[in-house]
Design a protein around this ligand. Structure first.
Ligand SMILES: Nc1ncnc2c1ncn2[C@@H]1O[C@H](COP(=O)(O)OP(=O)(O)OP(=O)(O)O)[C@@H](O)[C@H]1O
Length: 810
């Protein structure tokens, strides 16, 4: 029987309160279709409230509900037939409404702040933002009109559940009219208690009739939003005995039995056995039966006490909620907080076991997509805006469930734009709570479980480094989580490095070269002496490492020192004996002729040449100035410079920075000592100059410097020139005439061919027959044919050929 009022008797028509009319107008006209599906979560949320209200009031007023019978929510989709519209019916057996309550609750808005909300919503173009706030401001029920042309709300208050004569009333309203009707339900009393909402779907909302679509929606928005079971009506296939077919089969069987008795006895036995093997299957048929499937078997995990939740449950919840099946979460943190002004929240945050590839493809572009903001267990949004979290944390997956959230409109302004959503104090407070807890979670693992932290660091190491550069507020905390290899250990933090710092050491030493391994870096010329003397050196192999230390500049007040740069001090130089100091001074004076001479030779490559204090076995090294490029940075900058114009100031700076290096020579290297001697022997007098000897020496120096460049990680200035020099020096050492030219004569190419020949002309020429025995396989068979040959003796050959087998056949 239809819900439509058939008799005018008992029907009353009311106008919506003006605010309701405006609100309905916004809902109906200003929502994007993408937000249509909120209607279901809103109605489920209302049903949940009605059930909760019943449960609570029944605690003190047993007359409302005796505690027996399940409190639940049901959803039923009724496809349209015979030109009728499809319907969705959502019912609860909660507190219910009287005739007066139907009129008052659904016809007026009692929320404070609504008028302001309406003004802003009407003035805003951001329809999606409005969608986020539905629910938080009690526009919930009116979202029905997103999908329905007509809505019926049938209700019986709980108080009447024991009174079988009590009247069930219907509220009905169309989307167009600004009026609604209230009348006794023409179907009579169909509900024991509670509310049943029937949505007569608009033609373009018929997709919601699909039970799978409904189940998906419930899972997306509401599966964790109520503690009460949600059941969905389904027509299920069921096999039942088919009595008609069974009776027919029985008749057939008895006919057959009669024939069997006529057969020979032996045969009859065989027949019996066979019959036993194939007992007649009972005849069945498939019928459709009604079934109610529970959609939310799981209660909201984050509302439970962490003590009662197993790791397995946390992991399952993670997978189900965030659809991340790539790896188990590495860790989670489940906590509640209070923001004052009556707002509290519960949060469950997860550190994913793997960061998505897109994160590292462009970490600065990533946006947090998995922070699910809920209010009272009802999903509100997972779009917190582009910059809600710093980029380093954009991988975070979390549920944030605010309580009493809607009661504090100041904390969530009615303005609907995302930018303001981000800037509300509630969300800002949540953001800092989230960041604080992420860092706490990492720090706790780092302090308590090194093995686990190694795993965490393998995934998040670069996140810490990126974060320390990006997030000035959390710089220290993030940087202290980063770990590095050193020449002494594999996994050390800056703090641990300082614990092992030597006396008087005033710098944190590091050497960086992205792409090299820690072992390779340990062999770098720059750290020879540091390592030989037993100092600890951070071996920075990741591109972000160098960015991080350059950005930090100091750790606990102690500067970082790139071992490949000028300014390296062991710190104990002052403690050297006078003798040592004198020795160094003497060395410097002694090598001055060489440093001066070399400086003239290498003017283009380096700024200065000095006697080194950092080399042990290598003859020389190229060390960058404090403001110059190290090889590592130079490589990165070269790529960037390639894109700049020649006269671009940045390009000019690049050339300048490139030259800011020093050639350091090792006074103990025999090669350097030999070079010094040769330089000293060069006659100073202009007239006596030996051009040839000078050239030779220059060449040696040039190779030495190129070698130093390569050893120091730079590229040689001109690799062709380098090879020409090496060629000359090799000749000299082999006693080959240095100037003897290589015979470079070659046969010139034939004259230009003016014509295009026949195609076959360009095919490769067949090999000439050399007269030797061989098997020639045509090209197209080469892949398919294989040969095995066996050498046979003359005798065997004779034997074989003597018979019928001829040579060719063999
Ligand atoms: N299923 C229901 N059972 C009983 N009362 C209901 C039901 N649905 C709605 N109501 C009544 O109608 C009122 C208006 O509902 P509406 O969804 O517009 O706002 P709200 O539920 O009060 O706000 P919010 O959606 O933010 O919780 C509710 O406050 C409630 O009193």
């Amino acid at each position: 029987q239809d819900l439509e009022a058939d008799l005018p008797a008992g029907k009353s028509t009311h106008s919506y309160q003006s605010d309701v009319a405006r609100l309905r107008g916004i809902v109906i006209n200003r929502f994007l279709s993408a937000r249509l599906d909120v209607f279901l979560r809103e109605l489920i949320s209302n049903a949940n409230d009605a059930l909760e209200k019943l449960r609570l009031t029944a605690l003190t007023d047993k007359g409302l509900w005796d505690g027996t019978g399940e409190l639940n929510i049901t959803i039923k989709a009724v496809p349209g037939e015979d030109g009728e519209r499809g319907r969705i019916i959502i019912a609860d057996n909660g507190i219910g409404m009287t005739k007066e309550e139907l009129t008052a609750n659904l016809g007026t808005l009692a929320k404070s702040g609504t008028t302001e909300f309406l003004q802003r919503a009407e003035g805003s173009d951001d329809a999606t933002g409005t969608g986020n706030l539905i629910g938080a401001f009690g526009v919930g029920f009116y979202s029905s009109f997103l999908v329905a042309d007509k809505v019926y709300v049938a209700s019986v208050p709980a108080r009447s559940s024991y009174d079988s004569d009590a009247t069930q009333y219907v509220f009905s309203s169309t989307a167009e009219d600004n009026e609604f009707d209230v009348y006794p339900d023409p179907r009579g009393r169909t509900l024991e208690r509670g509310t049943e909402i029937t949505l007569v779907l608009k033609p373009d909302a018929e997709e919601y009739l699909d039970t799978i679509a409904i189940a998906k929606l419930v899972h997306k928005h509401s599966v964790f939003s109520t503690q009460f079971p949600i059941y969905m009506h389904e027509m299920k296939d069921k096999e039942v005995p088919d009595e008609d077919a069974e009776a027919e089969a029985e008749a057939e069987r008895s006919e057959k039995d009669e024939t069997d008795t006529l057969l020979d006895e032996d045969e009859a036995i065989i027949e019996d056995i066979e019959e036993e093997g194939e007992k007649p299957e009972p005849k069945t048929k498939t019928i459709k039966v009604e079934d109610w499937v529970m959609l939310n078997a799981q209660p909201p995990l984050w509302t439970q006490d962490p003590k009662n939740i197993s790791s397995f449950e946390y992991e399952l919840f993670y997978q189900a909620t965030f659809k991340d099946f790539a790896a188990k979460p590495l860790a989670w943190h489940h906590f509640s907080g209070d923001l004052g002004s009556g707002i509290s929240f519960r949060t469950l945050l997860y550190l994913p076991g793997k960061l998505p590839e897109v994160y590292w493809q462009n970490p600065l572009q990533t946006v947090a997509r998995d922070i699910r903001l809920m209010v009272k267990r009802v999903f509100i949004t997972d779009d917190m805006g582009e910059d809600y979290l710093p980029k380093w944390a954009s991988w975070l997956k979390a549920i944030v469930d605010g309580k009493n959230f809607a009661l504090a409109p100041d904390d969530l302004p009615l303005n609907v734009s995302r930018e303001t959503l981000q800037n509300t104090s509630f969300l800002r407070q949540i953001r800092s709570a989230l960041l604080k807890r992420i860092l706490q979670t990492f720090t706790k693992i780092a302090e308590e479980d090194t093995e686990k932290f190694e795993k965490v660091h393998a995934v998040y190491g670069n996140v810490f480094k990126l974060g320390a550069v990006e997030d000035t507020k959390n710089k220290e905390k993030l940087a202290s989580l980063a770990r590095f290899a050193t020449n002494i250990r594999n996994f050390t933090s800056f703090d641990q490095y300082l614990e092992e710092k030597k006396e008087n050491q005033k710098q944190i030493f590091y050497v960086a070269d992205a792409g090299k391994t820690a072992n390779q870096l340990m062999k770098s010329v720059f750290v020879e002496k540091l390592i030989a003397r037993g100092y600890e050196v951070l071996l920075l192999v990741d591109p972000l490492d160098e960015v991080l230390v350059n950005n930090l500049k100091k750790w606990k007040g102690i500067p970082f020192q790139d071992a490949a740069k000028a300014g390296l001090k062991f710190g104990d130089e002052k403690l050297d004996s006078d003798e040592d100091k004198a020795l160094r001074k003497e060395e410097q004076d002694r090598f001055e002729p060489l440093t001066k001479w070399l400086k003239k030779q290498v003017d283009e490559v380096v700024r200065d040449v000095i006697v080194s204090d950092r080399l042990v076995s290598s003859p020389c090294a190229i060390v960058a100035d404090e403001r110059g490029y190290t090889a590592n940075i130079q490589r990165m900058m070269n790529a960037a410079k390639a894109k700049l114009g020649k006269d671009d100031p940045q390009a000019l700076f690049h050339d300048y920075a490139k030259r800011q290096k020093v050639l350091e020579i090792n006074p103990r290297s025999p090669l350097i000592q030999g070079l010094l001697k040769r330089v000293e022997r060069l006659p100073e007098d202009e007239d006596e100059r030996d051009a040839e000897a000078e050239d030779e020496l220059r060449e040696v120096a040039a190779i030495l410097i190129d070698g130093a460049l390569v050893r120091s990680g730079f590229e040689v200035t001109d690799s062709d020139e380098f090879m020409v020099r090496v060629d000359r020096v090799l000749r000299r050492s082999l006693g080959v005439d240095e100037h003897a030219p290589t015979d470079t004569a070659v046969k010139p190419a034939p004259p230009v061919d003016p014509e295009l020949q026949d195609e076959s002309f360009y095919e490769p020429e067949p090999e000439e027959d050399d007269g030797k025995a061989k098997v020639v396989v045509p090209d197209h068979l080469k892949d398919d044919v294989a040969f095995e040959m066996e050498e046979i003796s003359d005798e065997e050959y004779e034997k074989l050929t003597a018979g019928s087998m001829r040579h060719e056949e063999l």
